[in-house]
Design a protein around this ligand. Structure first.
Ligand SMILES: CC(C)(COP(=O)(O)OP(=O)(O)OC[C@H]1O[C@@H](n2cnc3c(N)ncnc32)[C@H](O)[C@@H]1OP(=O)(O)O)[C@@H](O)C(=O)NCCC(=O)NCCS
Length: 318
């Protein structure tokens, strides 16, 4: 427990008190009726905390919880999945966020990410921008796998698409690092170094980003040289989530990305999967063009806020 100069205390842990759970439920009730999916999502958070998937940070005034954030941390990066303040405490977003950053720093976290949603989210987003978070607009896309699609690709001669094998681990780390674009590094700082890519790939294989199914992750080779890959996992609702796709810069525009997706769609259908989902940075025109061509449709646009804690200006925001 940490006491702030303003007299608020912060509690962090893996358990939800009854009062803190009530705070979450009451915020779900305030979500407008048009946001039924969002409401169900928030109502499901207490169970996710109980299953150990999420941790909680609670802001207390005396012994009363007045703010809560649920978060998950993977690879020393924290994602604030949902947070709210009790009505009447608007204006405390900045104090709450500052304390959260302090707490996560002491846990050794390197980067904090959130797409702030729910009642009062706008105020948290403003506070985050004031604190130096960068905003990156992203698009979520989906594709039903039972829809028919005419594939028109004539990929490079000699191209082989094979399921994931650990033999390709080092080649994929290298390609993941070399192919990542600045706008993706802005959201996922791990892409910015070979070690970060290795950490990410290991945690994908350890099911930290959904359940890793080797058949649904693919490697493209020409003459035994890795020229592309696609990584995906299964998520809670049964969808296949594309985690990353990349093609060596020398081989782009030759149909390899399309062929990887075509294989994923066919294999997903064979495994009885009904939907493929992904999120892509709005600036990534090649990837969005590829996904659209392969039948993916826009589901939503959202803003992701990201702060690398080493970039935090503690002199301005002590
Ligand atoms: C996105 C990426 C995987 C595409 O791979 P690719 O092998 O070059 O793609 P393909 O040759 O199969 O192209 C298929 C379609 O994608 C779209 N596309 C590909 N490159 C494009 C570009 N530079 N601009 C716009 N659309 C593009 C086109 O619709 C293209 O169809 P067309 O050739 O009939 O016009 C590749 O650009 C890449 O590795 N980018 C860096 C990593 C990345 O951003 N990954 C996405 C993470 S979400």
């Amino acid at each position: 427990m940490v006491l702030s100069p303003q007299g608020y205390t912060l509690e962090t842990g893996s358990e939800l008190t009854d009062d803190a759970e009530r705070l979450l439920i009451e915020s779900a009730v305030r979500i407008p009726s048009t946001g039924e999916i969002d409401r169900l999502y928030v109502l499901g958070l207490p169970d996710r905390v109980r299953r150990g998937e999420l941790s909680v940070i609670t802001l207390l005034k005396g012994i009363e919880p007045i703010g809560i954030f649920c978060y998950r941390s993977v690879d020393l990066e924290a994602e604030l999945v949902y947070g709210c303040l009790k009505p009447g405490n608007e204006g405390l977003e900045r104090i709450f966020m500052l304390q959260i950053l302090d707490e996560l720093s002491t846990q050794g976290i390197n980067a904090v990410r959130s797409s702030f949603s729910g009642p009062g989210a706008d105020r948290f987003a403003v506070a985050a921008l004031e604190m130096g978070f960068r905003k990156v607009s992203r698009m979520s896309m989906t594709r039903r796998v039972d829809e028919s699609h005419t594939f028109t690709y004539k990929p490079e001669p000699g191209l082989n698409i094979t399921p994931w094998s650990t033999n390709h681990f080092e080649d994929i780390c290298r390609l993941m690092y070399e192919a990542s674009e600045a706008f993706d590094r802005a959201v996922y700082p791990l892409f910015a170094s070979p070690e970060g890519c290795r950490t990410l790939l290991l945690s994908i294989m350890q099911d930290r980003h959904g359940i890793f199914i080797p058949e649904l992750s693919l490697v493209a080779t020409i003459d035994d040289r890795v020229v592309g890959f696609l990584l995906s996992s299964l998520i809670v609702d049964g969808s296949v989530l594309i985690l990353d796709i990349a093609v060596d810069s020398q081989h782009r525009g030759n149909g390899i990305g399309g062929k990887l997706l075509e294989s994923l769609i066919s294999k997903s259908a064979m495994l009885g999967r009904r939907q493929i989902v992904l999120a892509v940075t709005l600036d990534n025109e090649p990837a969005i063009g590829l996904y659209r061509k392969m039948g993916f449709k826009q589901a939503s646009i959202f803003d992701q806020y990201v702060l690398e804690l080493k970039e935090r200006d503690v002199s301005r925001f002590p």
